[in-house]
Design a protein around this ligand. Structure first.
Ligand SMILES: [Zn+2]
Length: 266
């Protein structure tokens, strides 16, 4: 869908602003701090950060990535998250338009960026995101059955519940068998809850594409590189599930249609 230039600009800008809020959550959620209240401080000197030093992307460029007061380096994660969220919003709304589906996928994408960043940093996926996420997924599916290509609310709801089951159940089985074979935790509980959230919005078909295809392929390629180049043994799986989910959002319907044609001839 071709959006007018002004709309595209506004969409990108709203992505930057949402990304800026995600940054607050990335640092505060794992520490158990409030995310809504409380102004931001420099992590180096503790100085309160003024609004004009807190503009998404711009402030980082103007300050050349350093605190105005103590010159401590500001993490590159801040502008990267803002830019990624802006770009994601642009891609999602260009594809799905300013519709309920567009808004839903933009919100899902924002949640995935947040989860990936926290999982990469702390090797954990916050329940504060996945629990409300899966509940919201089921409710949205009931009121917006189009998300599942369903024609009735109950159709949307059933597809959502089956999706959550396909997302979480599959990983749970892999995790249980894995920890039995390898004698250590193979799949975190956070990954299972993440895929319940994803499944509740994507339905079973696209969710299985993530679990069986995109995520394990991406994960093993990157995992092998990290293992042999940097000797890293344990890598978080959340970012791969997140990237796979975005691939399923954009390409899932096309791939499933292709499978149906090949396997069933319809
Ligand atoms: Zn400082």
């Amino acid at each position: 869908m071709e959006l007018p230039l002004l709309t595209r600009g506004l969409v990108f800008l709203s992505g930057l602003v949402v990304g800026s809020f995600l940054n607050v959550c990335i640092w505060r959620l794992p520490a158990g701090e409030q995310v809504i209240r409380g102004r931001s401080h420099c992590r180096g000197c503790g100085h309160l950060i003024a609004w004009y030093d807190n503009l998404p992307l711009l402030s980082f460029l103007i300050l050349k990535g350093r605190c105005r007061f103590c010159r401590a380096r500001i993490s590159w994660v801040y502008p990267a998250v803002e830019l990624a969220t802006g770009a994601l919003f642009l891609l999602v709304f260009q594809r799905f338009g300013l519709t309920a589906a567009g808004l839903t996928y933009a919100a899902l994408g924002a949640a995935l960026i947040l989860i990936s960043a926290i999982d990469a940093r702390c090797m954990e996926i916050p329940d504060e995101v996945t629990y409300p996420g899966m509940q919201l997924g089921v409710i949205l599916s009931f009121f917006t059955p189009e998300l599942h290509g369903a024609s009735s609310r109950w159709g949307g709801l059933i597809s959502s519940l089956l999706g959550a089951l396909a997302g979480a159940g599959f990983l749970w089985v892999i995790g249980t068998v894995g920890s039995w074979v390898f004698k250590r935790e193979a799949m975190g509980g956070g990954d299972v809850k993440l895929m319940a959230m994803v499944g509740s919005l994507l339905g079973a078909g696209k969710t299985l594409l993530v679990n069986l295809g995109f995520a394990p392929v991406l994960g093993s390629i990157v995992g092998l590189v990290l293992k042999y180049r940097y000797g890293k043994e344990l890598i978080p799986y959340g970012p791969f599930l997140a990237a796979g989910t975005l691939m399923a959002v954009f390409w899932g319907d096309g791939i499933l249609q292709w499978y149906r044609k090949i396997l069933l001839g319809i």
